[in-house]
Design a protein around this ligand. Structure first.
Ligand code: PLP
Length: 433
């Protein structure tokens, strides 16, 4: 392999740098080589130099059906031919989508729409504070719940900052950082100790039921149930942040898979296959406090909430999940990928752990299953950089960090998976020299 042809991307990136700090519009997108993407279709993305990649990054998760899925596109176009946004009342599309979500997601007695996962977690936390009259929040080291001050701490912390005070950004309010308490995933004793140390002060516990922001760390048996019980015992609201797991792992979210029902759920990403919409849902007892309901005292607003583009896309995406065997397909291909990679590792004697669930997988370069963020200290992140680059040269597009997950979509085929496995084997052979 002679490397990637990137001349056109490089020229465009120079232009981007002139008008945008760092040339990208989300910090984690600033990854070398700076490719400029111009087309996407199904399982494939294309850059300005005409390189084609099988896409597993899936824009950090939304593409559960694949890029520009024709049915979703058609439903969005149809919607835009007759409707858009009004700023008063509600639309037929919002009603249809709300019905679908409440039908499928166990915790959703009612739902409100917004535009991003960060907005959804912000609303869920504010509501929890209002209903409990408390301020503190528990989150887990390594979990990501968006960019706002309530949650943007202790994400991918430096190893010596694990569990310590680690704000994710300059400019965050001290109060917000200090009121967010950090626990270790899969450690119920730690959570209980934290509740005990802050008696009557914890408003909510927010958790990714499967922490996909550190790859695919699976909740150990009883852990999510234990969180449910602790929240009930200490009077805190349990929030499942299903922005990644929602609709991807089951049409009812991971709560349907694990049988644990939270008080509130946040959703986004796979809910609309790449179109911008997110949601907060939960028990009516809590949701009715939002001031969309007359008499409610928790402010909920957003000019673009419930826009026809997002609602039509989400109705189409969930509609296809109801009828077309989407989960059967992505789970089968996900397992084919995971097992195929494990077989390669075994044949070649590679020290790695392939984790995953359903349509996602992560190859950790370490020899045991990680149960929390601290365990990832043993992972060989350096090796992944050259592994990813060499795969990219062969037309395979993976997440920029190996402690993130990769995604299979409804548009990927068995041939895509088998070709990817062949490339993985070739790259591992080349790396071993
Ligand atoms: N929650 C989780 C679990 C996420 O992974 C993300 C984004 O990656 C968010 C919330 C924030 O969503 P958004 O980027 O749409 O604001």
């Amino acid at each position: 392999m002679n490397g990637l042809q990137t001349d056109a991307s490089r020229a465009l990136y120079e232009r981007a740098l002139r008008y945008t700090p760092g040339g990208v519009h989300t910090s984690i997108r600033n990854v070398a080589p700076h490719l400029i993407f111009t087309e996407a279709e199904g399982a494939y993305i294309y850059d300005a130099d005409g390189n084609r990649y099988i896409d597993y990054q899936a824009a950090f998760g939304p593409f559960v059906l694949g890029h520009r899925h024709p049915y979703v596109t058609q439903r969005v176009v149809e919607a835009l031919e007759r409707t858009d946004l009004y700023g008063v009342g509600t639309t037929d599309l919002e009603i249809e989508l709300a019905e679908k979500i409440c039908k499928h997601v166990p915790s959703a007695e009612s739902v409100l729409f917004c535009n991003s996962g960060s907005e959804a977690t912000y609303h869920a936390i504010r509501l929890s504070r209002a209903v409990t009259g408390r301020v503190k929040l528990i989150k887990f080291q390594g979990c990501y719940h968006g960019w706002h001050d309530y949650v943007a701490r202790n994400m991918l912390s430096a190893w010596d900052m694990i569990g310590k005070r680690d704000p994710g950004s300059a400019g965050m309010m001290d109060e917000a950082v200090d009121h967010t308490l950090i626990c270790t995933f899969n450690d119920l004793d730690d959570v209980q100790r934290t509740f005990e140390a802050n008696p009557g002060e914890v408003a909510a516990l927010i958790v990714e039921p499967v922490p996909h922001n550190i790859g695919c760390v699976m909740p150990q048996p009883g852990f999510l149930q234990g969180l449910r019980e602790l929240c009930l015992r200490y009077g805190a609201v349990l929030i499942f942040d299903e922005v990644i797991t929602g609709f991807r792992h089951d049409i009812g979210g991971y709560q349907k898979v694990c049988g644990v029902t939270p008080d509130l759920t946040t959703m986004g990403k796979a809910m609309a296959n790449g179109f911008p919409i997110a949601a907060v849902a939960g028990k009516n007892e809590l949701m009715m406090r939002f001031n969309t309901n007359p008499g409610g005292d928790v402010w909920f607003a957003g000019t673009y909430n419930g826009h026809a583009v997002g609602t039509a896309a989400s109705i189409a995406t969930i509609g296809l999940m109801e009828t077309a065997g989407v989960h059967e397909h992505i789970f089968r291909l996900g397992e084919r990928m995971r097992q195929g990679i494990r077989d390669i590792h075994e044949r070649m004697g590679i020290r790695a752990y392939v984790a995953g669930f359903g349509s996602v997988w992560t190859t950790y370069f370490m020899d045991r299953e990680p149960l929390n963020y601290t365990d990832l200290k043993d992972n060989d992140a350096e090796l992944y950089v050259s592994y990813r680059r060499k795969l990219m040269e062969r037309g395979i597009f993976k997440m920029p960090m190996n402690i993130k997950r990769n995604h299979v979509s409804f548009s990927h085929t068995e041939q895509d998976i088998d070709h990817t496995l062949q490339c993985i084997e070739d790259v591992l052979k080349e790396l071993r020299g």
